[in-house]
Design a protein around this ligand. Structure first.
Ligand SMILES: Nc1ncnc2c1ncn2[C@@H]1O[C@H](COP(=O)(O)OP(=O)(O)OP(=O)(O)O)[C@@H](O)[C@H]1O
Ligand SMILES: [Mg+2]
Length: 160
């Protein structure tokens, strides 16, 4: 398990970039945390870290936003209103699986966790103060090139 504190949306985005740069192909990132915790903010950093310049917006109403560059595809999902297998199927989630190099970034995953394959990286975000967030990361082996073991810390988030 890894933990990090961020003190602004920009810091959360930077952390997202570091995660995005280190994600294994095909990774699923599962995000939890109250409304306004910063899940979408982190996702926008992850998408940048994956090398995309997409303008990330919340899929609150669309449920799924898809970002494609070449053969790289990111599905950004918001499952706040999804509760059943039927709800999940109707997002097209299972049909996307046939495609190539994919990353799944899923907000409010707990609602549909029992229908998901195991092995996703779980990130919980909690609100510590108005602009302070605690991020707790489990299953960090979904990352490559990450320092493992007790006491592991996040590498400094760079600008690239
Ligand atoms: N350290 C921080 N990290 C991320 N967001 C922060 C931080 N401090 C303040 N914020 C603010 O918290 C809000 C986070 O919004 P965001 O849409 O990312 O949350 P969310 O978890 O995706 O919410 P929802 O459940 O509605 O989808 C933004 O208004 C952002 O400016
Ligand atoms: Mg969101």
């Amino acid at each position: 398990m890894l933990q990090a504190i961020t003190k602004s949306p920009a810091e959360t985005m930077e952390l997202g970039k570091v995660i995005g740069r280190n994600l294994k192909d095909g990774a699923m990132v599962l995000l939890d945390g109250e409304l306004g915790a910063g899940k979408t903010c982190l996702v926008s950093g992850i998408v940048k870290g994956l090398g995309m310049h997409a303008m990330v917006t919340s899929p609150t109403f669309s449920l799924v936003n898809q970002y494609v560059v070449g053969n790289l595809c990111v599905l950004h999902m918001d499952m706040y209103r999804c509760k059943t297998l039927y709800d999940l199927e109707s997002t097209g989630f299972f049909d996307f699986w046939q495609e190539g190099s994919m990353f799944f970034l899923i907000e409010w995953y707990s609602n549909i966790e029992k229908f998901l394959p195991s092995g996703g990286m779980k990130i919980g975000i909690s609100v510590v103060a108005e602009s302070e967030r605690l991020l707790t990361i489990q299953n960090e082996e979904v990352l490559i090139g990450w320092p493992a073991g007790p006491g592991a810390t996040f590498p400094a988030a760079g600008d690239s």
